[in-house]
Design a protein around this ligand. Structure first.
Ligand code: BGC
Length: 280
């Protein structure tokens, strides 16, 4: 008999694994980024909450992290702009002295059938989703290499977590820009993991499936849409942002110290070819 799964409680206690660590989460004022920033704060990290629009929402995330007992600061910057990224890292160093954890989360969609997609739509999505991750990862790597390992904080010199998608492997009609950006993240992440490992830097991706956030409201906000979505998800529930936050804590912590260069799919089985569950 199949059952309707329900998520772990959003108030589930997060273990304190990140005390003394300084984290930057991009695109942290909503959706997955927001949940990751709060989870890292609950786990003891001090967090810089990057955002590009929406001061009030960013402040609300800062307040939630402070309420959890960690430090937090909102930093406005467009991750696709080199000068703004560099200024954001300088601000982070003024606030916290250094960085231990970068979560490359900022991302967006501008969907169109391939033959109708404008170059502006293509460049915008690649600029934020892929070049933005490159620019932030480059700054973090520079600091990790400069500073090296601080044993009281972590056995690694630094951790980078890239938020990719199931669409780093699943082609997605009418989303060529988005799928290309996520496929690009996969090999950027693995190449950086190879390059950073000798310096004690771990680099991994989380590949979310369908998560209940503003990016994909139309996929879940009516009973018909939700039922259609479930045909893609063997585990029979949508993902919640906290599902991703918990995995980010694990990947940022020394519990996962031997994991680098991995794409961790957090998707309720979306990448398991659900149509092959029967027949084939
Ligand atoms: C996209 C969502 C989509 C999900 C599963 C994500 O990367 O941003 O819009 O629902 O993949 O297809």
């Amino acid at each position: 008999m199949s059952v309707a799964a329900s998520p772990p409680s959003a108030t589930q206690v997060i273990p304190v694994l990140l005390k003394g660590q300084k984290a930057l989460v991009t695109g942290a004022n909503s959706g997955i980024g927001r949940a990751i920033a709060i989870a890292l704060g609950q786990s003891g990290a001090d967090v810089a909450v990057n955002y590009v629009d929406g001061d009030a929402a960013a402040q609300e995330v800062v307040d939630a992290i402070i309420a959890a007992g960690s430090r937090a600061v909102a930093i406005k910057a467009d991750v696709s702009d080199e000068a703004e990224v560099q200024a954001m890292f300088q601000r982070m160093y003024q606030e916290y002295g250094t960085i231990d954890i970068l979560v490359n989360n900022a991302g967006l969609q501008r969907d169109a059938p391939f033959d109708q997609m404008t170059l502006a739509q293509w460049n915008f999505v690649l600029g934020v989703n892929l070049s933005g991750q490159f620019l932030c990862a480059r700054e973090a790597l520079r600091e990790f290499k400069r500073r090296g390992i601080v044993r009281e904080v972590s056995v690694a010199a630094g951790k980078i977590i890239c938020i990719s998608s199931v669409h780093e492997v699943i082609p997605w009609s009418s989303h060529a820009n988005y799928a290309a950006s996520k496929g690009g993240i996969m090999l950027m992440m693995k190449t950086l993991a190879q390059e950073g490992a000798p310096f004690g830097v771990r680099v991994n991706s989380i590949c979310p499936g369908a998560i209940r956030t503003p990016i994909n409201t139309t996929a879940w906000d009516t009973p018909a849409a939700y039922a259609a979505l479930m045909t893609h998800i063997p585990y029979k529930r949508i993902g919640e942002p906290e599902d991703i936050g918990r995995v980010a804590v694990m990947l940022a912590s020394d519990l996962s110290d031997y994991i680098t260069g991995a794409s961790i799919f957090v998707d309720g089985g979306m990448t398991l070819y659900p149509e092959f569950a029967t027949g084939g």
